[in-house]
Each structure stands twice: as C-alpha cells, then as structure tokens.
Design a protein around this ligand. Structure first.
Ligand code: AMP
Ligand code: ZN
Ligand code: ZN
Length: 296
C-alpha cells in the first residue's frame, strides 16, 4: 500500500478518508484536521490563553502537544481523583508531559476540593462512582477554565458521535442543545472547545505512537462497560461497513440541526455558587452540603 500523497510505503490506511499515509504525511494530515476544526468553529486564536484539561490519557496529551507545536499559548490542568496507582500514574504522566512541552501544569486533588474521597462521596450521595467523579471533574475543570480565555478538552469524533447517538436515542434535547465543538461562555460557564472533533480514537492513538507520546494505559479501576463505550462499539461496527458514517452523522448534525435544540437548554445560576445548573442548587454544592450534614 502506498501513501496517497508521496507514493512511499504507507504506514496507516484511513478508509473513511479514502487515503493511506506514510508517517510524515499522516502527521501532516492530523495537524490539518485540527486546523480545520479550529477554523470551522472559530475556536480560538494565537493570542488567547488556553487551559488544556489533561487526564494523562492519549486524547488530552495529543491535543496539548499539537496546539503547543502550532504556537498556541497553553497551560495544563489535571485533577487527581485519588484512586490509588491509577491516579498516581495519571498525575505523574501529566507532569512529565508538561516538562517535555516546557509548559505549566496545575494539579488539583478530588479529596482536597470535596472534603472526602471519591469512594465516600459516592456512598454519601448514593450515586455510582462514575457519575460523582464526572460531575466533580466537570465542575472543577470549568471553575479553572473561567480563569482562561478557552478551556480545551480531548473529546474526539468517536466520543462525540457516541454521545450524540445516546442523546438521540433518549431524545435528551436539553443535552443536545449544549453539545457543540465550541461553546461560548455564559454566566459562570467557561468558554469550551474540542479541537479533536474531526479525529477518531484510532487516528489519535496512531499519532501518539508516531510521536512517542507516553500516555496512561491503566484503565480507571471503577470503569465498567458504560453505555458510552457500548454506543461507541456499535458505531464502530456501522463504520466498518460504511466508512465515514460517524463524520457525516456529526457534521450534518452540527451544521444543520444542533441549533434547533439550543432553546431546550434550561440553566440558571446555582443559589450557592453561581455555577449554571438545571436545579436550584448545583450537584457539586448539594454533595458538599450532604458531606457537611454527615460530619455533624
Ligand atoms: P473522558 O470523559 O474521561 O473521556 O474525558 C474527556 C476529557 O475530559 C479529556 O479528554 C480531558 O480533556 C478531560 N479530563 C478527563 N479526566 C480528567 C482529569 N482527571 N483531569 C483533567 N482533565 C480531565
Ligand atoms: Zn507520504
Ligand atoms: Zn453550586
């Protein structure tokens, strides 16, 4: 198999793009996809201060590396959720990567911010680990993000098409109204962007491999097969038979339909902290209240 651009031996075939690339041209293709996303959705410019939410996994490290190489002003932010070796490795990898890029990295700790460990927080709120963890991470990442011009996450085409698929199956139109590659800041919500929106997990893993990016391979010890990964696998199967399905699904949605759902978003400021929420008091403040009651 030959590279579509230069006819050298190809190292990766991308059926959804009807192309195959040598290493050099794959890296170029990858960068162009990110440039296109930034331009299509007017994500940010070189003058803006970007906060990159870094988990230690491949997506967030890769987006940090590419934006840094392109000359954007980047700072990393990692939340250690306090789950033993998994969290230690994730924090260390994030720190080592910040050093490699020679960029600053802030680290916050779940237990310090919430007052109890994730395990206790899940017990107190009677919710699954993953939902408490996700809620607290979103809250803290947003809070830090408000101190920067735009908050960048590693969400990619595989994630976003699976999220959209799930939201449509349940007609969660309120969520759909907030699912977009770039979200302007409103009230206490920071401005958010997803530059990997045109790239799949497989492409991101290939980029990390070619660039020798050492990312966390450990799976979260609490992770079970979530509905998200179930939807991801179904879409992968469809993609096998019909390449580019996910891209077309997402792109047509963003360009033609998403806007219609924006009025279904019902958010108002939390009475305690001002974070925009669909309830009177946001989930983070409610969790903290319950912890306080438990300690009395
Ligand atoms: P996930 O929902 O785990 O797929 O993560 C989506 C995005 O959220 C990642 O690409 C990161 O940008 C961000 N993120 C996830 N976990 C963390 C963390 N522990 N610290 C900082 N950012 C995170
Ligand atoms: Zn080539
Ligand atoms: Zn609140």
């Amino acid at each position: 198999m030959k590279c579509t651009v230069c006819s050298k031996t190809a190292e990766i075939a991308l059926r959804s793009h009807n192309s195959a690339f040598c290493r050099e041209h794959f890296l170029l293709f990858f960068k162009r996809r990110i440039e296109k996303a930034i331009k299509d959705f007017n994500m940010f410019s070189k003058e803006k201060r970007l906060l990159i939410a870094v988990s230690g996994g491949k997506d967030s490290l890769v987006v940090w590396q590419v934006l840094n190489e392109m000359g954007y002003n980047t700072t990393g932010y990692h939340i250690n959720i306090g789950l033993g070796i998994y969290s230690e490795v994730s924090e260390n990898i994030s720190k080592a990567f910040a050093k490699r890029l020679n960029r600053p990295l802030y680290v916050d700790y779940f237990e310090k911010e919430v007052g109890v460990s994730l395990r206790e927080a899940a017990k107190i709120s009677k919710k699954p680990y993953c939902s408490v963890c996700g809620m607290v991470k979103r809250y803290l990442i947003n809070r830090k993000g408000t101190k920067f011009d735009t908050l960048v996450t590693g969400h990619n085409l595989s994630d976003e098409s699976a999220t959209l698929f799930g939201n449509i199956l349940h007609w969660n139109t309120g969520y759909m109204g907030r699912q977009f590659p770039v979200l302007e800041d409103i009230g206490s919500l920071s401005r958010k962007a997803k530059p990997l929106i045109y790239l799949t997990e497989r492409e991101i893993a290939a980029y990390a491999f070619f660039k020798e990016i050492d990312y966390a391979l450990l799976r979260c010890p609490n992770a079970r097969t979530t509905t998200g990964s179930f939807y991801k696998n179904i879409l992968l199967e469809i993609e096998e038979a019909m390449p580019a399905t996910r891209m077309n699904f997402l792109k047509a949605y963003f360009l033609k339909i998403q806007e219609k759902f924006r009025e279904d978003v019902k958010l108002s400021p939390c009475k305690k902290c001002g974070y925009l929420t669909s309830q009177d008091i946001c989930s983070f403040c409610r969790l903290k209240e319950k912890i306080k009651e438990g300690k009395k």
